[in-house]
Design a binder for this molecule. Structure first.
Ligand SMILES: *[C@@H]1O[C@H](CO)[C@@H](O)[C@H](O)[C@H]1NC(C)=O
Ligand SMILES: *[C@@H]1O[C@H](CO)[C@@H](O)[C@H](O)[C@H]1NC(C)=O
Ligand SMILES: *[C@@H]1O[C@H](CO)[C@@H](O)[C@H](O)[C@H]1NC(C)=O
Length: 284
């Protein structure tokens, strides 16, 4: 018999009006640049692109309500178990998003005690239209290539949808949350209205490695939303997590002659040490 935890997460929501998602006209791009700029200035509380009310209003003026953050181009993504009483055995809280090789330039997302440096790549219009990507440099340091966070829809009904870090097009809507949100976390903003959560599932086999080796894999789920919050049906053996950017200031330039560049890498809001944050001190 399958067992599920039903949990409710307090979150923010966002939506991409379907007419804008693949609209590439310059007027739309300009409008979104303006919205993004408004967001950067903390003026976007009206959230003009949202079609669903935001239940938790937050203004940047609230003193002490959010942990201190920094900005950096590079970051590692760190697992935050949002209800510590539900952590797996062994615990996954504070571990890092990492990769398990499953083929040439193909990796399954797993958690580990260390993780690669990620970065967000895209123009302002890409970011505003949820078309930026979360990338990492793979391959040998002298001839690197980019790999992107990608996801599969409904790949495993019982344990959510699988997440990958592989060469190719970034998954639509993979992004670090905007400045108008209280916390900085990784999000999948696809479809509208958008409600998704990452989960880590323990003791999971990956076909490439056969039955003998087990991993803690990272998947994602879509929840249902009502006036009381977002309800996730977290499968047994899995736990709901946020993937939180921890600044990696050592993120550097690419070697001469690399086939891609850093021109469109953005600063993201990140924390210097996620493990050092006492979340109980904050309002959200
Ligand atoms: C991290 O987890 C704590 C519970 O330990 C929770 O209160 C907090 O909201 C979470 N923060 C993020 C950004 O996920
Ligand atoms: C980064 O974003 C720019 C602008 O959209 C795009 O041209 C470029 O291909 C992206 N770089 C990578 C490595 O995907
Ligand atoms: C994984 O397997 C170990 C050993 O059998 C067990 O102690 C642990 O509870 C399992 N964890 C999960 C999340 O299923």
């Amino acid at each position: 018999m399958k067992m599920f935890q039903f949990i409710t997460i307090a979150d923010h929501i966002d939506s991409i009006p379907s007419s804008n998602r693949y609209d590439n006209t310059s007027s739309t791009a300009k409008m979104h640049s303006f919205l993004l700029l408004s967001g950067l200035l903390g003026l976007a509380s009206a959230a003009p692109t949202s079609s669903t009310p935001i239940t938790r209003q937050w203004t940047p003026q609230e003193p002490g309500s959010i942990p201190r953050h920094s900005g950096s181009r590079g970051f590692r993504l760190r697992v935050n178990v949002t209800d510590p009483s539900l952590d797996l055995t062994p615990a996954v809280h504070n571990l890092f998003l990492s990769t398990a090789h499953i083929g040439p330039a193909q990796n399954r997302a797993v958690v580990s005690s260390s993780g690669p440096i990620f970065y967000q790549n895209g123009t302002y219009a890409d970011i505003a239209n949820y078309r930026a990507g979360i990338l990492t440099d793979a391959g040998p340091p002298e001839s690197p290539f980019p790999e992107a966070l990608q996801y599969q829809q409904g790949s495993d009904e019982t344990k959510g949808s699988e997440l990958f870090i592989s060469a190719g097009t970034p998954g639509a809507g993979t992004a670090i949350s905007k400045l108008t949100y209280p916390y900085s976390t990784l999000e999948i903003l696809e479809g509208a209205p958008i409600v998704s959560s990452f989960i880590v599932c323990g003791n999971t086999t990956i076909p490439y490695y056969g039955e003998s080796k087990q991993f803690e894999v990272v998947n994602w789920l879509q929840g249902t939303r009502d006036a009381t919050g977002t309800h996730l049906r977290v499968p047994e053996g899995c736990v709901a997590v946020n993937l939180v950017p921890e600044c990696a200031h050592e993120f550097g330039e690419l070697p001469e002659g690399a086939a891609y560049g850093r021109t469109f890498v953005n600063d993201v809001r990140c924390y210097e040490s996620m493990a050092a944050i006492d979340w109980s001190k904050y309002a959200y």
